[in-house]
Design a protein around this ligand. Structure first.
Ligand SMILES: [Zn+2]
Length: 253
C-alpha cells in the first residue's frame, strides 16, 4: 500500500498522506475485503463491543475518564460497553460492534466543508458505517474557548468586587463562578461526548439529529460549565431504539 512506501521527499509524503487517507476515512479500514471470521459475539444481550483505536496516544487518565463517561451514557440505555484497546478484527463488524478512532485532526475536511467538526460517523456503501472518528484537536480548541470564557468571567467578577458593584447578571450565564472546576477534565469529557454521539449514529444507523440531548447537532461552549448531564444524555426514544436493536435491560435511575 502507498502508505508504506518510503517517501521521496517531504512533499511527496504530504501528497501521499492526503490522497490515501481520504478514501480510508470514508470507507473504513478493509471492512469488506478482509474476511477474518473470528467468533461472533452474541447479539441482543445489551453488550456493545468498542474497538478503541487511539491514534492520538492520549494520557491514561484521559482514556479512563472518557471510557467512564461513554460507558455511563450507554449504561442509562441498559447497554454495557466492552472496550477492546488498540485492536480491531479485520472482518465485517456485527451490529453490536464498532470502532472508535481518535485522530489528531480532521483529515476529511475537504469532503464535508466546515472546519469545526469534532466527530464523524461515515456511512459506507452498505448503508451502515462501523467507524466513529473523533478529532482531538477540535476538543482542545473547544476546551480553550471554555478557558477564555472562564477567565473573562473571573476578571469581570474581580473588577466588580474591586469597584464594589454588582456582577453583571450576564456573567452568571456566561460562566459560573466555579467554572475553573470543570476545566481539568474537560478535554476528555468533550472527546467522550462527541464519541458517544457518533456511536449512536452508528448503532442506530441514524443519520439525523434530535432537538436536544446527546444527539443534537452541535454542542455549545456554555454547556460544559454545568453538572446537568441531561445535556449529553439520550432521550427516551433513542434509548428504546437502542434496546430494540441491541437488547439490554432498561436502566431505571
Ligand atoms: Zn451527529
Amino acid at each position: 500500500m502507498a502508505f508504506f512506501q518510503p517517501p521521496k521527499s517531504p512533499r511527496t509524503l504530504l501528497l501521499t498522506t492526503a490522497l490515501v487517507c481520504a478514501p480510508t476515512l470514508l470507507l473504513g479500514p478493509d471492512a469488506v475485503a478482509a474476511q477474518d471470521q473470528t467468533a461472533a459475539p452474541p447479539l441482543g444481550d445489551g453488550k456493545v463491543v468498542v474497538y478503541f483505536l487511539d491514534h492520538q496516544f492520549l494520557p491514561t487518565e484521559e482514556v479512563d475518564l472518557l471510557r467512564t463517561e461513554v460507558s455511563a451514557i450507554f449504561e442509562e440505555a441498559g447497554l454495557t460497553l466492552e472496550w477492546v484497546i488498540a485492536d480491531s478484527p479485520r472482518r465485517d463488524l456485527h451490529p453490536n460492534e464498532l470502532r472508535l478512532i481518535i485522530l489528531p485532526s480532521d483529515g476529511t475536511r475537504w469532503f464535508h466543508g466546515p472546519s469545526n467538526v469534532i466527530g464523524i460517523a461515515p456511512h459506507d456503501d452498505a448503508g451502515t458505517g462501523k467507524n466513529c472518528f473523533v478529532f482531538y484537536r477540535q476538543a482542545i480548541w473547544f476546551r480553550q474557548q471554555a478557558v477564555f470564557r472562564c477567565r473573562e468571567a473571573i476578571q469581570a467578577r474581580t473588577e466588580a468586587q474591586i469597584r464594589g458593584v454588582e456582577v453583571n447578571p450576564f456573567i452568571e450565564s456566561y460562566a459560573p463562578a466555579n467554572c475553573g472546576d470543570y476545566l481539568p477534565a474537560l478535554t476528555a469529557l468533550i472527546v467522550a461526548r462527541a464519541a458517544a454521539h457518533e456511536m449512536v449514529h452508528i448503532l442506530l444507523n441514524k443519520l439525523d439529529h434530535s432537538g436536544g440531548g446527546l444527539m443534537r447537532n452541535s454542542f455549545d461552549i456554555g454547556d460544559w460549565f454545568t453538572q446537568d448531564n441531561s445535556l449529553f444524555r439520550l432521550d427516551a426514544n433513542e434509548i428504546q431504539q437502542l434496546q430494540e436493536r441491541l437488547g439490554g435491560a432498561p436502566n431505571e435511575r
